[in-house]
Design a protein around this ligand. Structure first.
Ligand SMILES: [Zn+2]
Length: 446
């Protein structure tokens, strides 16, 4: 663990006017309505943002539209100020270079300067719980995790326990967001500024200092334009089920997974095109589903993989792979195998299992040891490292973490040495995904 003090730059309050302008731009970007195709959808009011909320432990999530520039319902009209003292950025887990890893930033809200130790303990508890779920567990080695100790002037967050409670906090967290008790909104502009203090931020978790159950998920299309990360999930610190909010939200932001739940009264899925998400299909016949390779498999969620009607908020004409899953209800603590496959594909889209301290941009001498590092993956993952020269495999070198071009038989100049890693995990069945779960580095010998 290393602690890096980052100087905090005070932000003048006119920054908030800019945040409001960004929020307006968000509205312009999705003027089609809160949920496309919803029969009774009205044109959303200006300055709104779509978030997902979680009515209770074990309940099905819901999508709602809330005001974007007033995240703290109880603090409308009063802009939260910058933190009074410099936040510390702590490396919680570093498994590789930021360029080759998914960088997860966890920040606390409603923790005073004296409560930063409590924040670190709460963050660790949430992370440990999330990373007990597959495929997070096996692929934890593709993550770097950073803790940003946002210091709040008051302990706790707004709306806890009742809507009229107002507290000043670094990130403006508030229950009763838009009048919904369990909806824990946050000032996404403040989150963006704090996230910038970490070396990199692909995903952000906000842990709000509260025992009240709640959370929210902001997916990439709902974040201010130019946001450097894929998604933000908020969750309360003191509730032992709130970690599932983070686990579910990463399903959207990393796996591109759709919600598998439906709303009473939504009726039939209104589009003729197959949905893009890996876990929804128009087809009723499992053999025609995009997850046909998994059809009939006994799934970790408890059902046999097939086609189950309802999903993506609609009741009919659309199908999900299993009866239940973490993408349908937080009563389930597992992704189904289709979700797992999409998550692993998402991990590899943003992270590399193979890295090397030897740059590939410059030619190397034949006597130079080419050292590679494999991400520390476990469980489901099955990494295989191979070497080749000018495209011809060198079988005896398979698995070597360091070897010189000369030892591989390179004589003369201009030859190319390649280290390649593939993941033979049984959790991937789609050949296209398997092909993407591979990475290579090539050096030219001078
Ligand atoms: Zn969701």
């Amino acid at each position: 663990m290393s602690e890096v003090a980052v100087p905090f730059r005070a932000r003048p309050h006119h920054r908030w006017a800019r945040t409001a302008a960004l929020a307006l731009a968000v509205v312009a970007a999705w003027a089609g309505g809160a949920v496309p195709g919803r029969a009774d959808a009205a044109v959303p009011p200006e300055r709104t943002q779509r978030v997902e909320y979680f009515p209770g432990p074990g309940a099905e999530p819901r999508q709602v539209t809330v005001p974007a520039d007033a995240p703290a319902a109880g603090t409308a009209g009063r802009a939260p100020g910058p933190a009074p003292s410099g936040p510390a950025v702590r490396r919680f887990q570093r498994t590789g270079p930021v360029s080759g890893r998914l960088d997860l930033v966890v920040m606390g809200d409603g923790y005073t300067a004296d409560e930063q130790g409590e924040f670190a303990a709460d963050a660790e508890e949430k992370l440990d719980a999330i990373f007990r779920i597959e495929p997070y567990r096996s692929y934890r080695g593709l993550f770097n995790i950073w803790l940003v100790g946002a210091v709040s002037p008051e302990s706790g967050v707004s709306g806890d326990p009742t809507a009229d409670v107002v507290r000043r906090s670094a990130l403006g967290s508030s229950f009763f967001c838009d009048g919904i008790e369990r909806l824990l909104c946050v000032d996404t502009g403040a989150v963006t500024r704090y996230a910038a203090l970490a070396p990199d931020a692909d995903i952000v978790f906000v842990v709000a200092h509260s025992a009240k159950y709640g959370g929210a998920g902001y997916s990439a299309p709902d974040l201010p334009p130019g946001s450097p990360f894929h998604g933000v999930a908020t969750m309360s610190s003191g509730n032992d089920r709130s970690y599932l909010i983070g686990a579910h939200e990463l399903g959207h932001s990393i796996g591109g997974l759709a919600d598998e739940y439906q709303y009473p009264g939504y009726g039939a899925y209104p589009w003729a095109e197959e949905p893009a998400a890996a876990n929804l299909t128009l087809h009723r016949d499992p053999a025609e589903a995009k997850w046909a390779r998994w059809a009939g498999v006994q799934d970790p969620t408890g059902s046999v993989v097939g086609t189950y009607e309802g999903g993506g908020y609609y009741e009919t004409g659309i199908h999900r792979p299993t009866d239940t899953s973490l993408m349908r209800t937080l009563a389930s603590t597992e992704f189904n195998v289709v979700g797992r496959e999409a998550m692993i594909a998402g991990f590899y889209a943003d992270a590399d299992a193979l890295t090397s301290p030897v740059p590939t941009a410059e030619p190397v001498r034949a006597a130079r040891p080419l050292t590679v590092r494999l991400a520390p993956l476990t469980g489901l993952a099955d990494l295989r490292l191979t070497w080749s020269v000018d495209g011809r495999p060198v079988p005896w070198a398979a698995g070597l973490r360091s070897v010189t071009p000369r030892a591989l038989g390179v004589r003369g100049h201009g030859h190319r040495v390649t280290a390649a890693v593939t993941d033979r995990t049984a959790a991937l069945r789609d050949p296209a995904v398997r092909a993407r779960a591979a990475d290579s580095l090539t050096w030219t010998v001078r």
